[in-house]
Ligand binder design. Structure first.
Ligand SMILES: Nc1ncnc2c1ncn2[C@@H]1O[C@H](COP(=O)(O)OP(=O)(O)O)[C@@H](O)[C@H]1O
Ligand SMILES: O=C(OP(=O)(O)O)[C@H](O)COP(=O)(O)O
Length: 480
């Protein structure tokens, strides 16, 4: 992977050099402090704790696990709703667990219907094949029956997207629900009330799962966003309903988040940001096994800087993760992964949208200032590193993108991925705040895949098995 790694070293040096003419005076100061051998533009291998360029480079990749699949991946080859024929579905009562956990405003208006739209293909497929759809979801984290967490506000949008009037039950189990199921026509949809109104749901109580299961003949799980939860409607119910299969959305999420990451078109780059190293350790470790280039941003970078002996002012640092940061850098080097940390940062004098800000080299953060975004040189370097890639996965913002002043790094990554997507690169957005950033920039449509699950996609990228997926019927026997 020399082509993917060497230019990034070089471009980092080049961008530091260009800072002397085009960027801030503080970036100039940084360049002046570079050892003479660095400013020559020579490609250097390896890294040291005192490296002011904060990058780990090895000319060739070693130990890339191309095409290798982990045990978790193999066991996730699941039977899909697409595998069921018309006669399997016609007239059958199908319990569909979706993740319709959408944000609502104070007036109960849906502010983002992504998850509803994502659930439509499976429901439509079932309707078109004459099934009777019993649709189930949670909304929020209610403690008992809570009107503001009712699924009622979703009915108009679901009906509109499906092109039929759906029926809504006031409960998710019991005689009234059974009556509504009995009167459901072929091609009809009954939306059950929030399944988390029962504490038994999250406790995965078998008796509750059995009651849910008793409503239907077969089970489809399309709730990727909740697949990391072993709840009654995502896991328990599979013990009482056969077949239990994956919906199209679940299938698509697994295809991208497992398939594209396990056997990526290379070079394969991962961009990981977000606030803390501790919340992303699993993801970073797992991606180090698979990717060629790893770009780090967000609040976690300051723990890496500090681990390298740098002053980080009052930036976010996890003191108890300094050793871990050092270990991860060493691991990247051993694996031959080109790991880039930002060379400059946008610092603020307080954590606020109206803070005073300036751009400094990452090695020159003054006391009392905190890093809240990656700087322009880093953006340039990251863009150049991404230019040669064929697959990119992104999880976590580059800075405090909620404040406009510190959103440029995150928005630049979103724009770059949109640009790469247009050139045929597979671009996968791993959920959570990164999705919000992509939507804010208005480039969501052009990405190859945007995950509907924040926590679920993280767990999958960490290599964990998702209970809601594991519980489904195997597609074909696979040798491990
Ligand atoms: N430099 C920084 N300092 C403090 N917080 C940051 C910084 N960069 C990013 N963040 C914060 O990280 C949060 C997202 O972190 P995380 O939950 O780990 O990401 P995600 O939701 O994408 O998985 C955002 O709220 C963002 O403001
Ligand atoms: O919104 C969800 O998760 P996410 O915010 O991690 O994407 C899912 O609906 C799961 O909800 P939960 O985290 O309350 O189990």
């Amino acid at each position: 992977m020399a082509s993917a790694t060497a230019p990034t070293t070089f471009s980092l040096l080049k961008s530091a050099a260009s800072a002397s003419t085009s960027s801030s005076s503080s970036a100039r100061a940084s360049l002046l402090r570079l050892p003479a051998s660095r400013s020559s533009g020579a490609v250097r291998l390896g890294f040291s704790a005192a490296d002011p360029l904060f990058s780990v480079h090895v000319a060739s990749r070693i130990g890339a696990i191309k095409g290798k699949v982990t045990r978790g991946v193999v066991s996730m080859a699941k039977k899909s709703v697409g595998d069921l024929s018309g006669s399997d579905l016609k007239g059958k009562k199908v319990f569909v667990r979706a993740d319709l956990n959408v944000p609502l405003d104070d007036n109960q208006n849906i502010t983002d219907d992504t998850r509803i739209r994502a659930a439509i293909p499976t429901i439509k497929h079932l309707i078109q094949n004459g099934a009777k759809v019993i649709l189930s979801s949670h909304l929020g984290r209610p403690k008992g029956v809570t009107p503001k967490f009712s699924l009622a506000p979703l009915v108009p949008r679901l009906s509109e997207l499906l092109g039929i009037n759906i029926v809504k039950a006031d409960d998710c189990i019991g005689p009234e629900v059974e009556k509504l199921v009995a009167s459901l026509p072929e091609g009809g949809v009954l939306l059950l009330e929030n399944v988390r109104f029962y504490k038994e749901e999250e406790k995965n109580e078998p008796e509750f799962a059995k009651k849910l299961a008793s409503l239907a003949d077969l089970y489809v799980n399309d709730a990727f966003g909740t697949a990391h939860r072993a709840h009654a409607s995502t896991e328990g119910v599979t013990k009482f309903l056969k077949p239990s299969v994956a919906g199209f959305l679940l299938q698509k999420e697994l295809d991208y988040l497992v398939g594209a990451v396990s056997t990526p078109k290379r070079p394969f780059a991962a961009i990981v940001g977000g606030s803390k190293v501790s919340s992303k350790i699993g993801v970073i470790e797992s991606l180090l096994e698979k990717c060629d280039i790893l770009l780090l941003g967000g609040g976690m970078i300051f723990t890496f800087y500090k681990a390298q002996g740098l002053s980080v002012g009052s930036s976010l640092v996890e003191e108890d993760k300094l050793d871990l940061a050092t270990t991860l850098l060493a691991k990247a080097k051993a694996k031959g992964v080109s790991l880039l940390l930002p060379s400059d940062v946008v610092i603020a004098d307080k954590f606020a949208p109206d803070a005073n800000s300036k751009i400094v080299p990452a090695s020159a953060i003054p006391d009392g200032w905190m890093g809240l975004d990656i700087g322009p040189d880093s953006i340039k370097t990251f863009n150049e590193a991404l230019e040669t890639t064929k697959t990119v996965i992104w999880n976590g913002p580059m800075g405090v993108f909620e404040f406009d002043k510190f959103a440029i790094g995150t928005e630049s990554v979103a724009k770059k991925l949109a640009d790469l997507s247009g050139k045929g690169v597979t671009t996968i957005i791993g959920g959570g705040d990164s999705v919000a950033a992509v939507e804010k920039v208005g480039v969501a449509e052009v990405m190859s895949h945007i995950s509907t699950g924040g926590g679920a996609s993280l767990e999958l990228l960490e290599g964990k098995e998702l209970p809601g997926v594991i519980a489904l019927d195997e597609a074909i026997p696979v040798a491990v």
